[in-house]
Write a protein that binds this ligand. Structure first.
Ligand code: NAP
Length: 268
């Protein structure tokens, strides 16, 4: 995705993977300065611990407690989190207004944190349902505290009656759990799919497969289905903008992701 963008923009950059052991994270981040690397993305398990090694952390990354993008600029290592922006990008592209929207979010892990903060900051109300309810409660409390709102509520995922009631009133269902992700495509979705209603937006963060069982059911039931590809592209595009100051060539990036997913599938 990034090399496709670099080619489209005609930049003399290259984007390459580094496999970094947790014990070497500090050395790896200090090397960005030593080697003059423009920027990096960070992924599991480094996103949280990286904060300690940076000169500055952007407010949204501080709030989420995780960094996925580092920019080395004017001698300083600055951390950002672009997952929330990436999550909102497909909604913006489809002209779906987030302000006033009632969202039901499945999961309370790392991706959910970015999603819930982005939704609440954009003016939505959110109910978080999680298998371990204490994690949903902690996230709702943190978001309400940080935003000075009461926009986030929570539920145990197995409280069926309350889940059904809330979903009937929700405009959007977001799956931030890995349930249904390759190689477990056949796993039943985290909530019964008959709770999806016509006109609802069903947004699954999973991008492999591109159509999970949850999204297939959403389409059958007349809901708007959004998969995780556009979020993946959106967070990457936001990182590229931070590193280069240039508008990202979204179509070239999406094309590269789709090609990558297709070739991964044909290798299976
Ligand atoms: P994570 O931190 O491990 O969180 C996983 C969450 O899913 C937890 O809330 C966990 O519940 C819940 N969960 C796991 N297995 C479950 C099950 N069998 N039934 C019900 N709930 C279950 O993972 P993450 O980093 O947030 O990633 C989650 C998913 O989002 C992955 O599929 C990842 O690929 C996707 N993602 C996509 C993008 C994108 O750009 N499209 C970006 C980030 C992540 P407990 O708390 O009870 O364990």
């Amino acid at each position: 995705m990034h090399n496709a963008a670099i080619a489209a923009l005609g930049l003399h950059y290259v984007y390459i993977p580094f496999s970094v052991q947790p014990a070497e994270l500090g050395v790896a981040i200090r090397s960005i300065r030593a080697l003059g690397i423009v920027g990096v993305n960070l992924t599991i398990p480094h996103k949280e611990r990286a904060l300690a090694y940076l000169d500055e952390v952007a407010p949204e990354a501080l709030e989420i407690g995780a960094v996925n993008t580092v920019h080395f600029s004017e001698g300083r290592l600055v951390g950002y989190n672009t997952d929330g922006e990436g999550f909102l990008a497909p909604l913006r592209e489809r002209s779906i207004p987030v302000k006033g929207l009632q969202a039901f979010v499945l999961g309370a892990g790392g991706a959910s944190r970015s999603v819930v903060y982005a939704l609440v900051r954009a003016g939505a109300g959110v109910t978080i349902a999680n298998r371990r309810p204490e994690r949903a409660a902690a996230l709702a409390e943190a978001v309400n505290g940080a935003t000075g709102t009461k926009s986030a509520a929570w539920l145990p995922l197995d409280a069926y009656d309350e889940v059904a009631k809330r979903l009937a009133r929700a405009d959007m269902l977001v799956n931030t759990t890995p349930v249904g992700m390759h190689p477990h495509e056949d796993e039943a979705p985290p909530v019964p799919v008959d709770l999806i209603h016509k006109g609802m937006i069903v947004y699954d963060l999973i991008y492999n497969p591109m159509e999970t069982r949850l999204l297939a059911a959403a389409k059958r039931q007349g809901a708007v289905a959004i998969n995780g590809v556009d979020m993946l592209v959106g967070q990457g595009a936001a990182s590229l903008r931070i590193w280069t100051g240039l508008e990202a060539p979204i179509d070239a990036m999406r094309q590269a992701v789709l090609e990558g997913l297709r070739s991964a599938k044909s290798e299976v």
